[in-house]
Design a protein around this ligand. Sequence first.
Ligand code: NAD
Length: 364
Amino acid sequence: MVGPIPRDSFQILPQSAKVLFGAKTRRALAAELSEAGVTRVLVLTTPRQVELGQAIGAELDQGFAGLFSGATMHTPVSVTQDAMNVVRQQGADCVLSVGGGSTIGLGKALSARSGVFHAALPTTYAGSEMTPILGETEDGVKTTRTDPNLRPSLVVYDPELTYRLPVAMSVTSAINAMAHAIEALYAQNGNPVVDLLAIEGIRALVTALPTIATQPEATEARAAALYGAWLCGTCLGNTSMALHHKLCHTLGGSFNLPHAQTHTVVLPHVLAFNAPKIPGVVEKLQPILGTDPARGLFDLAKGLDAPTALQDLGLAQADIARATQLALAKQYPNPRPVEPDAIAALLQRAWAGDPPKHEEMTTV
Ligand code: NAD
């Protein structure tokens, strides 16, 4: 007999992107773009991925209008303006983001400004391609907005493009993806479909990582990890995030800590903090991450040589107080109320690289 429905009241949001998944699916791009009515494609990359961008562009044949390789972290508006000039000069009616969250962020910013078609070929596990979210920086201030039109219209997941993602980045990027799924499992606006995607996504990533760490070009493991990343990105795009993402945005935005590595260090500590209020989520995670899922995550990261201490990412111990203050400045839903002392203690443990600790709650 079927048990009670996991969430008693929920909404499912419409999804707009067409998704293609599989090895060599990048070769279907030219036909897909032509079917979408696109004729001139500007390929976007970071400076590190120019070679890949050129190769993808070459496969587009006559549709290739050029390459802009200035994508960078936090989508600076000045870079977007430079790229906008190239869109106009080349008469592009499509931008094709080839890369991770930084490149896809630029594609979103360009598409939002000009209305050009946006297609994405993700090469990390960050998940931006599945979200209606864009964070842009100008004069040192990051502004984030949400609009369903920001989602790329076409997403092509080709696992072969992740073979060269360095192992260290693969691990932190995968844990970054798991963070989206874990926070989706306790999101106020979650739903049973998102719960299924989240558990399947985490399972795929956790299973794939040990193989990727020793054989970065293992076809099945890379495909499984990218599949997991897609599911976790979908969770991010359909729910609101809580304490974990708030802390990571604070640490990235105000202290310039690296994105995926910061998620990797913080996630076990937030899961341990929230655990007493989310027994159902803990139960769902146990078959994948062990009896204590927070400890399981910490051990997974440590065992794969990922960072486990914020001090190793450049945070000064003296900054913990200000980080706590900034992270608590605005209220947002979280399963467990966020008290300043508890958050400072959590950050202290994450700073030192200590294992996550399950503390008694002082309030309910
Ligand atoms: P990234 O896009 O900044 O990439 C990091 C570096 O790795 C870059 O130099 C890139 O060229 C290189 N790289 C990427 N894929 C590679 C590959 N397969 N092989 C070799 N090198 C590769 O990193 P990220 O973690 O994907 O994205 C982080 C950024 O994305 C942050 O600014 C974050 O805020 C944003 N983000 C936004 C959302 C959203 O929903 N808006 C979601 C997740 C992340």
